[in-house]
Design a protein around this ligand. Structure first.
Ligand SMILES: Nc1ncnc2c1ncn2[C@@H]1O[C@H](COP(=O)(O)OP(=O)(O)OP(=O)(O)O)[C@@H](O)[C@H]1O
Ligand SMILES: [Mg+2]
Length: 365
């Protein structure tokens, strides 16, 4: 075994880590940092010592993350998005993943160890992927539109009569075209969101109009399936501050899901209620339900629940993650309540329109 050269102490080891590491006390004040942290924050141990962590890093979000760790006395546990921060240094933007661990001494928690790992390269690769998805899905649109028009012409008999078998094949092509078209829409919406260009054009929006626009296209499908579609909107409901197309998109996606997972004889209710300065939109179904352990995960990209009664459901698991981004860009929230075998209710909130001043949406980070 090779012995470590003398003198090697913990500081030497910490200084040779590729991550920036620093230690804070319970007041979130810096008590120690390694060389990487000194270099990155352009400071020295003497200068940094005693400073608040937000003062050193310039990242406000860190305060809440540290508070979480101090309260739970457990390592930071949150999604990748929540744990990543953006720091601008010398005209370049760096992305870091934060890890925070509580530090114990004599079984008492006295502070925390914060580690920042540089993930800028991964972010750049993500960007390339997002751009690629955006270009490819855009390029798919044109030929797909041609196919859809062709199918429509054949369906309407404009190109002559089809045999019953021909009609069946055409129906299958038609419904696959619809799936493909939905997938392309979702991918394009997603790449717009990921590239940070989700643009919410919020304005006072009439609630019955919004609900009707989302419900109307599904009426025939629901009827065919034997599922009742109910809307429950109080007559005096005030307008919301929302981007009309994007909020219709959210509602239509929740309705699409509800219809997909509700069997004949069931019902779907779109309900709108006002509570204070917010409107609560909910889509309630009497479908198969979502198991408890999946309820939080389904808002992540590409997450779908597998299991009996879910065969042939289609889709790729993007709808809810896009819906969440859109709702959050409006300063709202979205969540799910569900009981297996009884049904599912998705609820999201939008701000009530309260005169011209309220059109400004809360800033999203
Ligand atoms: N109302 C619901 N009832 C039961 N399960 C649901 C319901 N809504 C969503 N889910 C589950 O959540 C998963 C994720 O939904 P999401 O809308 O994100 O994706 P998707 O509908 O599968 O595909 P996409 O929306 O991209 O077409 C679904 O695959 C389904 O398993
Ligand atoms: Mg969906």
């Amino acid at each position: 075994m090779t012995t470590l050269p003398d003198p090697v102490n913990l500081q030497t080891i910490a200084d040779n880590l590729s991550d920036a590491v620093f230690m804070i006390d319970k007041e979130s004040e810096i008590v120690w940092l390694n060389k990487q942290a000194e270099e990155f924050f352009n400071t020295s141990f003497e200068d940094a010592r005693g400073k608040k962590v937000t003062e050193l890093t310039g990242v406000k979000k860190m305060k809440a993350l540290i508070n979480d760790v101090f309260q739970t006395k457990a390592p930071l546990e949150c999604s990748y998005e929540e744990a990543s921060i953006k720091i601008k240094r010398k005209d370049k933007r760096y992305f870091f993943k934060i890890s925070i661990n509580p530090v114990f001494h004599n079984r008492e928690m006295w502070g925390g160890l914060v580690q920042l790992s540089d993930v800028t390269r991964f972010h750049e690769m993500e960007k390339i992927k997002t751009d690629f998805v955006s270009i490819v899905s855009h390029e798919f649109r044109t030929p797909l539109t041609t196919i859809i028009v062709g199918v429509e012409m054949l369906r309407e008999g404009m190109l002559g009569d089809l045999t019953p078998r021909g009609k069946e094949v055409l129906e299958a092509i038609g419904s696959d075209c619809e799936r493909l078209s939905r997938l392309i829409d979702n991918l394009m919406e997603l790449s717009r969101i990921e590239s940070g260009t989700i643009y919410v054009e919020a304005e006072p929006t009439d609630v019955p109009d919004l609900v009707d626009e989302a419900v109307r296209p599904l009426k025939v499908q629901a009827e065919k399936k034997g599922v009742e579609l109910i809307t429950d909107i109080p007559p005096q409901i005030p307008p919301v501050v929302a981007d009309f197309n994007k909020s219709v998109w959210v509602l239509a996606n929740l309705l699409g899901n509800a219809l997909r997972y509700t069997d004949a004889g069931g019902s779907i209710t779109v309900r709108v209620r006002q509570r204070g300065k917010r409107l609560f939109f909910s889509v309630e179904d009497t479908g198969c339900g979502i198991p408890k352990e999946h309820q939080e995960k389904i808002f992540r990209k590409y997450v779908q629940v597998s299991g009996p009664g879910r065969k042939g459901a289609g889709g790729v698991g993007l709808g809810l993650s896009i819906a969440k981004d859109i709702v959050m860009a409006h300063g709202g929230e979205i969540w799910v309540d569900s009981k297996m075998g009884e049904g599912t209710t998705f609820t999201f909130t939008f701000p009530v329109f309260q005169g011209e001043k309220s059109v400004t949406l809360p800033e999203s980070e």
